[in-house]
Design a protein around this ligand. Structure first.
Ligand code: UDP
Length: 234
């Protein structure tokens, strides 16, 4: 697959056109940002690890009936994906209290939620991804009622699949963020699923094995990403 013009560069990835208009190449970078880009850094080999970890999760989800944009890994840092139009909604799924939920509702980090919590955010860097609800989704014409319903059902199904898989690897899936895209009237799971976009805790020690190590200067950042790769690839 011939790599053509770069059409997008984000904080952690670059996206390239290919000779096929229906296909894109995603290149994963080592750059890391947090707190709306205010904290910047590099995590050595993060791009390689996130590319491979995401591929494992997308393959697992496809096997379990979730339609994703993933086609195949191309090399250490690149994957081939279907060209979707990203819906500007971030879907956050939470099993355990952490991060912004802990701050917002004054709940202790680590508290198990009685029911899975699903949140929607409007994907906008300038606005800092504000939280929205169904009314906003329809009023801003971000998605139809049927589409947002389908997106939410899929997000909950993804949670069940990933949670069970990770549990068998001694990892707790605390929370994560998903993005979806449209292609030919279909809605596909897109973006990435990695320690950048999920919170993973060791089931026994509750040690953080994700981007919180970078956000909170906990050290052993690269090691945590490697540990996740090791456990999900075995
Ligand atoms: N998340 C993400 N991108 C974002 C916001 C959140 O990938 O722009 C992920 C984050 O890694 C975590 C989950 O979504 O796994 C919930 O994040 P939270 O709302 O707690 O925000 P944070 O504390 O990370 O600012």
């Amino acid at each position: 697959m011939e790599k053509k013009q770069m059409i997008y560069e984000g904080k952690a990835k670059r996206v390239y056109q290919t000779s096929d208009p229906n296909l894109l190449i995603i290149e994963y970078k080592d750059d890391a940002t947090a707190f709306d880009g205010k904290k910047k850094g590099t995590i050595p080999n993060k791009g390689i690890l996130n590319n491979k970890i995401s591929a494992i999760f997308f393959e697992l989800l496809e096997k379990n009936g979730i339609q994703t944009h993933f086609i195949k890994l191309l090399n250490d840092r690149e994957m081939l994906v279907k060209a979707v139009k990203i819906i500007p909604i971030e879907v956050i799924v939470r099993n355990i209290v952490a991060g912004s939920l802990s701050k917002r509702l004054g709940l202790a980090e680590g508290t198990t939620l009685k029911k899975t919590v699903l949140e929607l955010c409007y994907k906008s860097d300038e606005l800092g991804d504000p939280m929205i609800n169904h009314y906003h989704v329809l009023a801003l014409n971000l998605a139809s009622e049927e589409e947002i319903g389908r997106i939410e059902q899929t997000a909950l199904k993804v949670n069940e699949i990933l949670k069970n898989f990770l549990e068998s690897r001694n990892i707790v899936l605390v929370d994560f963020k998903l993005e979806f895209g449209r292609m030919d009237g279909q809605i596909l799971l897109a973006d990435e699923i990695s320690p950048d976009t999920c919170r993973f805790w060791d089931s026994s020690t509750k040690e953080k094995l994700d981007k919180d190590r970078f956000r909170r200067d906990l050290g052993k950042i690269e090691e945590a990403y490697w540990e996740i790769y090791k456990r999900v690839s075995s």
